[in-house]
Design a protein around this ligand. Sequence first.
Ligand code: HEC
Length: 149
Amino acid sequence: MMKRPLAIALTIAISLVLAACSKSEAPAAEGEPHKAGHQHIDAYDGDAARGALIAVDKKLSTTGQACVDCHGAGGAKPIDPTYPVLAGQYQDYLFHTIQQYRDGGRDHALMAVQIKGAAEAGKLDDQGIADLAAYFASQAGPLGDLHNR
Ligand code: HEC
């Protein structure tokens, strides 16, 4: 038989642990700084028509190539089978992964330079990234989810 004070102490300890575990982090509200320090822009604020123009702009990056020169028209048919399809990809995924190339969270010799050069030259801000994400997400492509939708 457990002594009463010990039982009470145990009960308190267990409830404290449970309370700590059930705490979840609140998502960043619109307009609030995101974890990485940049403003959180809802990917759905992107303008697909504007994104379509940015996607074909050869003067955007320092290499003289437009997004579609590697990812194919509409991001649907990359020039190399190892380059990713962007057409129909989730908009918020595109938005955040392009930000990652810019901010250094994701690196790739061919790809990061495209975004970094454009951002450093002041030609691609968060709104431009949102526009690109909206454009590529709106394009029909071969990507599907686990239910192939
Ligand atoms: C020189 C060729 C080239 C150009 C130009 C290029 N990309 Fe890429 N892109 C790549 C390659 C290669 C990868 C794969 C990199 C990796 O594995 O991280 C990639 C990856 C990506 C991804 C990640 C896709 C995923 O499924 O995770 C996005 C998003 C993307 N590119 C968007 C763009 C945008 C927007 C532009 C124009 C501003 C652009 N790319 C221009 C070659 C290119």
